[in-house]
Structure formats: C-alpha cells, structure tokens
Ligand binder design. Sequence first.
Ligand code: URA
Length: 204
Amino acid sequence: RGREEEAADGLPPLERLRQEAARCTRCPLYCHATQTVFGEGPDQAAIMFVGEQPGDTEDLAGRPFIGPAGQVFDEAVTGAGIEREQVYVTNAVKHFKYEKRGKRRIHMRPDAGEVAHCRWWVAQEIEIVRPRIVVALGATAYLSLTGESRPIAEVRGMPIPMQEGRMLLVTTHPSAILRMPDAELKARSLAAFRSDLLGVKRLH
Ligand code: URA
C-alpha cells in the first residue's frame, strides 16, 4: 500500500496492522485458534518483548501474556522497575498451537515454518514501533528475530546489535520457568530471569 492510501483510512499504522493480522491465514494455525493475538502496548515503546505464542488464556482473551506466564512476566518486569504499560509485548507466532487431550488444550511448540510465516508480522511491529531494545523471551523469539536456532544459554545476557542501533537482549521464556519440575531449579531460573530484566532496565 502507498502512503496516500494508508493515510486515507485514517488508522494509526499499528491499528491497521492489528486489523490485518486478525484476518491472517499465512499458515494453517488460524484454523484451530480462537483468534489472532496481536501485540499490545504504546506504538512508540522503547522496549519490545517478544514471546513464543499465545497460551490457552491468551487465545481466549485475545491479549498477550495475561495467563500464568504473563503473571511471571509482569512480576519480573515490575520488579526490575519497568512499567508494563510502557512496553510493547508481542509474540513470535500470533495463533495458539495446541493438541487436544480430553477437554484440555496442551501447548505445542510452533515449528520453524510457522515461525517463518509469522515473522512478517513481528518485522512490521518492529518497523512501526521502532523500539531501542528488543527482548527475546526464549528460543522461538530468538529464531523469529534472527533467523537462527540457538540454545538460549549461548546468547543470553549480552546485547546483540540489530538494525538502526537497536539492541537485542535474550532471556528465558517465563513458561519455561513454570514448567520446571524441580523447585530449586525453578527458583534459580526465576532469579536469573529477574536479573536479565534488570539488565534490560540498565540498558534502557
Ligand atoms: N507465552 C507466550 O509466549 N506468550 C503469551 O502471550 C503467553 C504465554
């Protein structure tokens, strides 16, 4: 679309993108999900967090990071002195991928093809919001943002330069913390996550 055409519908670019994403059929995940869960936050946010994909709660509500992982995320963000209302929060994949077990819908990790199809939306979100810092929450977000598959431990904690002077920081995914069966490991992993978010605040 040309600029004149964009101006004609009078919508802010992020809102227009959200409406387009609501009709997305770029990959088959839309068939079974309730709705597209698009990013949320100020369209000039300095910090953008990218998760993996919406969970069960997010799929039903249509908003990112509002379920159990969202609670871990919120608490760590707030604890680091960052206001959630000030940051843009989105996901690498915008539809919930799951398998049914009885009545329950169990999260399934999106594959590289699904991530590649959905990358188009994330790239547009970055283009419009122009954050100074992008935080990848986990390996799927890292794959979406860089095209590389890497263990988080290899890239965690050190700022990676992106285009336009933007910095990418990588940390764990809050759901990965919740899934840890061992209490001590879980506590350590949560502490490391909180510490990474303090690093985001320092860079900010
Ligand atoms: N996990 C994610 O990656 N994103 C959400 O929005 C919720 C859980």
